[in-house]
Ligand binder design. Sequence first.
Ligand SMILES: [Fe+2]
Ligand SMILES: [Fe+2]
Length: 200
Amino acid sequence: MTYHHFVGDGLNRSEKIQQWVIDQLLNSKLPNEARESSIEWELKHSSGVIQMARLLAQKRGMEEELGEIAAAMHDIYVITHGSYENHAQKGAEIAKGILKNEGRFSQQEIGDIVDAIRCHSDKHIDSKNELIELIKDADCTDCFFYGDRVYDYKPPQMLKHYYMRIISIRKELGLPPKKYFSEQLSIIQKSGGIRGEIDE
Ligand SMILES: [Fe+2]
Ligand SMILES: [Fe+2]
């Protein structure tokens, strides 16, 4: 059978969730004016993070399915409510309900996906959980492809962790090092005493 391209009844459980996420955006009643990021950007970002998660999962020898589902849903609160405030925690709760309702996920799988969504903003923490780290890295990689300065709004003590992540991911993927990232990281590290919030 040839690939269905999301047409017809043959969608697997991961594709069903991805379709649901896209439908939230296509049918949203919340206009761009009421959103911190536009519907267009959310569509690009959720799709981009899925692809980055697949790429990194393959590189790391991980099974891809839970990664692509967590990637699709990682910003689900922003997608449905337009706000980034505490969106990882709030999104985890939304995802839990949707995954339970879908009916094809075990308790363990739901727990793993929900944990990855809940922790995805904690880029300053290196957890031992490979799915959690996969989603943080996929998110970070997709965002940095929109521009080197995409995270400039973050306080330096948080921003440095994004630079450390992208430097390490680019190395892992065999991409050439970007001078901008290492320079910015070293500026922040040298300025040491700058304090910043790390709750974004
Ligand atoms: Fe997020
Ligand atoms: Fe994101």
